[in-house]
Design a binder for this molecule. Structure first.
Ligand SMILES: C[S@@+](CC[C@H](N)C(=O)[O-])C[C@H]1O[C@@H](n2cnc3c(N)ncnc32)[C@H](O)[C@@H]1O
Length: 205
């Protein structure tokens, strides 16, 4: 029930304006994906796979599981995967990333694009991802998140109080999200020309 408004947003207006909104950062997203060094046979999980953009960027010889709670997003991603000829190596499942019915240590890599700012409880969702990733596995977080010591702008808080219930929160902190989990942030690179989005490369210990 607490996810109701988000679920409504992601099943109605967001799937339609979202792809255009993401176009300007596409070059940075692809650059970050290249650094993930995907290998033949890798098993990759993509929580919040949305309309399937991430799913079409990951190389074809990698086994991919996309996860989303929105039927509309899942429907669009399945059409896109077929059109791109990617429906053989990618499956998309309807699941809540905050409680994954998947085994521990079962994936080599995870891609979390514009997901931790959107999911209702980012700490819970990230802990689930860490649980299903193998030790030594890599996690890419491509998102608008702050670091410890960085403060959101003066207008971010009022914007957040409205946005966070329907779409995305603009004041979340990656260091708080990963606190207490067996992970290390190894590198951070820009995810757009102005530094609003960043790519965080994280490794499970
Ligand atoms: C902003 S979209 C990003 C989609 C995609 N990763 C991209 O960058 O193009 C976030 C997605 O997360 C999904 N989502 C939100 N909460 C979720 C949850 N608890 N479990 C799974 N998916 C969730 C939404 O339905 C939406 O499709």
């Amino acid at each position: 029930m607490r996810n109701f408004v988000k679920l409504l947003s992601f099943n109605t207006f967001i799937p339609f304006f979202y792809p255009a909104l993401m176009l300007p950062i596409d070059h940075y997203r692809k650059k970050a994906f290249k650094k993930m060094d995907f290998k033949l046979g890798d098993k990759v999980i993509v929580p919040g796979s949305g309309a399937g953009h991430d799913l079409t960027i990951i190389p074809k010889d990698v086994e991919v599981v996309g996860i989303d709670i929105s039927d509309v997003m899942i429907g669009i991603s399945k059409i896109k995967l077929k059109a791109y000829g990617r429906d053989k190596n990618v499956v998309v499942k309807k699941m809540d990333a905050e409680k994954l019915p998947l085994g521990d240590n079962s994936f080599d890599k995870a891609i979390l694009s514009l997901f931790l700012t959107v999911v209702f409880d980012p700490k819970k969702a990230f802990a689930e991802i860490v649980r299903v990733i193998k030790p030594g596995g890599k996690i890419l977080v491509f998102d608008h998140l702050f670091r410890k010591g960085e403060l959101p702008s003066i207008i971010a808080k009022p914007i957040d109080s409205v946005l966070k219930y329907s779409f995305a929160s603009v004041t979340r902190n990656i260091d708080e999200i990963i606190e207490g989990l067996p992970v290390v942030i190894e590198e951070v690179i820009p995810g757009d020309p102005v530094g609003f989005v960043k790519s965080f490369f994280i490794v499970k210990q």
